[in-house]
Design a protein around this ligand. Structure first.
Ligand SMILES: Nc1nc2c(ncn2[C@@H]2O[C@H](COP(=O)(O)OP(=O)(O)OP(=O)(O)O)[C@@H](O)[C@H]2O)c(=O)[nH]1
Length: 430
């Protein structure tokens, strides 16, 4: 829209105008001239009417080319107007006379010291157009490029080649003249105003400038867009980094919560949930290398009396020590968990019940040999069972655990500080 507006403004508003009429132009610079200067008999008289002039002209035979002239001097001699800064001239002209179609010649006379030094108007180079005012609308507009140097003048004024063409940078005179082949009689030329019109900036140059502005705007836009995208990308990357960091923190935190959920806070070994979780992982990863799976239940003997005699804190300390001793004396692949209270469970993959009984026996002995805080003696009762390959997955393991628990109670009944093994309640041979 701006471009269209600028193009319109260039053509219609960004113009320079030089207007000449009787109201603004000094009266002594306008006069009527006739062929008497060449020995003719025609008579011209100038009348001012309103803001214009009227040339009354009586053409009489007597000179070979009779004429009358309405001469408007644009400036003093030698100080002409530079018409090259204008594109066209508008004339408010009417003409009447005895001819069927009345013609008028328009001359722009140029002063150049190379041929005009005599100061005579006849020695100023005439640029000419001829037209019939009645055939044109008023005002009639000529492009200055339409004015041609009059050939008859060039014949009378031989000039070097470089001076033959049109020259309008020092124009001193505009004249309206009766036509060359004029009919004798009363002629009249009315001139209301003259207007030279030009644009400040030549349209071609202006369009080039607009294209340049477009390119500059596009470049500026691309640069701005590139910077905006970079900033946006930076923000996105920052946001992504923050999300990754938050995510990493969440992963760590959820790992911590999971560890807490799977471990007994007092002894640090797995709780029931942790044992189930670890067992599931093992079953998924290496079910084939799990069986036979030995299950050992260990329960501290007379733990209530430890609590009662030494206090609950001492009881806690015994529980911690008990768990550490068990943990330190089993293999890495064995799973140890606190089943509840003072009861612990041990799962031993690829271990037969007989081997597990031996391990339980070793653990039982080991516990009796430990130095316990408070100088007390701590013993435990063990129950052993086994889940075979024939047992169906978790159901088999749960059955083995029940059997081991019962064996442990049997050990309690049989006097404590002993190991009992239960095959019977599994219903299958190891
Ligand atoms: N200090 C402490 N005591 C606990 C904890 N959990 C359970 N107990 C106690 O452990 C005792 C278990 O007593 P009982 O079930 O009678 O068994 P017991 O005294 O060991 O006797 P037997 O198992 O038959 O040898 C109870 O007094 C519980 O309060 C614990 O986390 N810390």
């Amino acid at each position: 829209m701006l471009t269209l507006l600028a193009l319109y403004a260039n053509e219609h508003w960004m113009t320079r105008t030089l207007r000449i009429d009787a109201a603004s132009h000094p009266a002594d610079l306008v006069k009527a001239v006739n062929d008497s200067i060449d020995g003719g008999l025609s008579e011209g008289r100038l009348e001012r009417r309103g803001n214009g002039w009227i040339l009354h002209c009586e053409i009489r035979p007597g000179y070979e080319w009779p004429f009358c002239d309405l001469q408007v001097r644009l400036a003093e001699l030698g100080r002409g107007v530079d018409l090259t800064q204008f594109d066209s001239v508008r004339l408010w002209v009417r003409a009447s006379g005895p001819e069927p179609v009345q013609h008028v010649r328009v001359f722009l006379r140029h002063f150049d010291p190379a041929y005009s030094n005599s100061g005579k108007e006849a020695d100023m180079k005439p640029h000419e157009v001829v037209f019939a005012p009645s055939a044109e609308s008023v005002p009639v507009e000529f492009r200055l490029a339409q004015f041609m140097v009059a050939s008859w003048w060039v014949q009378e004024h031989p000039l070097p080649v470089h001076l033959l063409g049109p020259q309008l940078d020092n124009t001193v005179l505009l004249s309206l003249t009766t036509s060359g082949l004029v009919t004798p009689g009363a002629h009249k030329i009315e001139l209301d105003a003259i207007e030279f019109v030009g644009v400040w900036v030549d349209p071609a140059t202006f369009r080039l400038a607009i294209i340049a502005v477009w390119f500059a705007c596009m470049g500026a836009f691309l640069f701005w867009d590139w910077r905006r995208s970079r900033l946006r990308l930076g923000r996105t990357l920052r946001h992504k980094r923050e999300l990754q960091q938050a995510n990493a923190r969440l992963v760590v935190r959820s790992g911590e919560y999971e560890a807490k959920a799977h471990h007994d806070p007092l002894t640090g070994v797995s709780n029931r949930l942790g044992l189930k979780h670890d067992l599931n992982l093992l079953m998924r990863a290496q079910e084939e290398q799990m069986f036979p799976l030995a299950v050992v239940f260990a329960d501290i003997d007379h733990f209530k009396s430890i609590n009662d005699s030494l206090g609950h804190d001492a009881g806690d300390e015994v529980l911690k020590q008990f768990a550490q001793h068990l943990k330190a004396n089993i293999q890495r692949e064995d799973l140890l968990a606190r089943w509840g209270g003072e009861e612990f469970v041990l799962l031993m993959p690829l271990t037969r019940a007989e081997e597990a009984v031996a391990v339980a026996e070793r653990l039982r002995l080991m516990l009796t040999e430990q130095a316990w805080s408070g100088g007390i003696k701590v013993t435990a009762s063990f129950g052993v069972a086994q889940a075979t390959r024939h047992s169906e997955g978790e159901a088999g393991i749960e059955a083995a655990m029940r059997a081991a628990d019962q064996a442990m109670y049997k050990a309690k009944r049989e006097g404590r500080n002993r190991v009992e093994c239960n095959f019977k309640d599994l219903g299958k041979e190891a």
